[in-house]
Design a binder for this molecule. Structure first.
Ligand SMILES: [Zn+2]
Length: 317
């Protein structure tokens, strides 16, 4: 059942966070649905611009419609990850998406407000909720510097939400995209979330770049020929605190790629005579499902499925 992202947020707020997982292909999609059903968790499927052009946006959309049919017990939202204005408008038109993200965080504050407001108005007109971003996450392999201006400023966040009408906000608190998030110990600025929550109680916050980059996955990738040095991610044990501070959506993309890379490197190293794509695909789907189920336990979304289904049905009436 595809549900409004806002309904998921309402149910989760202050108690747990919903896992937002990116998909690009069929095997990821199958593993994702299986893992969420195994752990009885609601979830958000994220589609990035890159995923939309990897095969074809319509291929992805058809796949999700079919997944909704063959997994009738699943409760999920479909979300555009890091959209520009044109992509947001295209997703609004498609009719499949529950929500979209407009990322104009690289623009000036005023420009970010202006673009976000336009997308929010267009999204709300069609019943979609809109995530926006304020502050900037560092990219892959960059040091996280404590420059105040890259972090989200709580007072600015309040002004931004008031001016744009966005439904949720991605905050920069020290996470980054990719597999190389920290040099040395993890430093996340939970005080920013705390301050925003005080100013806007009940308003859903989003954490991007929150893969944990498990040491074991990286070790196995490197053992079978990979070269990922100094990879480091977010401590999964910090999810509970984030959820308490108003984070309702935690984005996980890199970890899924690591599982894919580990499974394929290992499989073809151990079975060098094999050239059939299906046996390894089956291993990946099962391993990805296991990974998702474990992640949902850390997010505390595991076990919430039945309650969320009832909640969404009741709020539709
Ligand atoms: Zn992101």
């Amino acid at each position: 059942m595809i549900v409004p992202t806002n309904a998921l947020f309402k149910h989760a707020y202050g108690k747990y966070a919903i896992g937002a997982y990116n998909i690009n292909n069929l095997e990821q999609t199958m593993g994702l649905f299986q893992g969420n059903l195994q752990s009885k968790a609601p979830f958000i499927i994220q589609i990035s611009k890159g995923a939309r052009s990897y095969t074809h946006k319509k291929m992805l959309e058809a796949m999700l419609k079919t997944a909704d049919e063959i997994f009738p017990d699943a409760v999920f939202a479909v979300h555009l990850d890091h959209g520009d204005e044109a992509t947001c408008l295209d997703c609004i038109k498609s009719g499949l998406y529950s929500s979209i993200m407009i990322d104009a965080s690289h623009e000036s504050y005023d420009k970010n407000v202006e673009i976000t407001k336009r997308v929010v108005d267009a999204g709300h007109a069609k019943g979609l909720s809109v995530e926006a971003e304020l502050g900037q996450l560092k990219g892959i392999e960059e040091d996280i510097k404590a420059d105040d201006h890259v972090f989200t400023r709580p007072d600015e966040a309040v002004d931004f939400v008031k001016k744009t009408g966005c439904d949720s906000l991605a905050c920069a608190i020290g996470t980054s995209h990719g597999a190389f998030k920290f040099k040395g110990a993890q430093k996340l600025k939970f005080d920013i979330l705390e301050a925003i929550q005080k100013l806007m109680p009940g308003f859903p916050l989003v954490m991007h770049g929150s893969s944990s980059v498990p040491e074991d996955e990286v070790r196995r990738i490197n053992y079978f020929g990979g070269a990922m040095k100094d990879a480091k991610g977010v401590d999964e044990n910090s999810f509970a605190l984030a959820a308490k501070l108003g984070v309702t959506k935690i984005n996980i993309d890199t970890d899924g790629r690591l599982v894919w890379t580990r499974v394929h490197r290992e499989y073809f190293a151990l079975y060098p005579e094999n050239f059939d794509l299906r046996p390894v695909g089956k291993v990946f789907m099962a391993e990805y499902a296991r990974f998702i189920a474990n992640k949902n336990k850390k997010l505390a979304s595991a076990g919430q499925l039945d309650a969320v289904r009832e909640f969404c049905k009741a709020s539709k009436k």
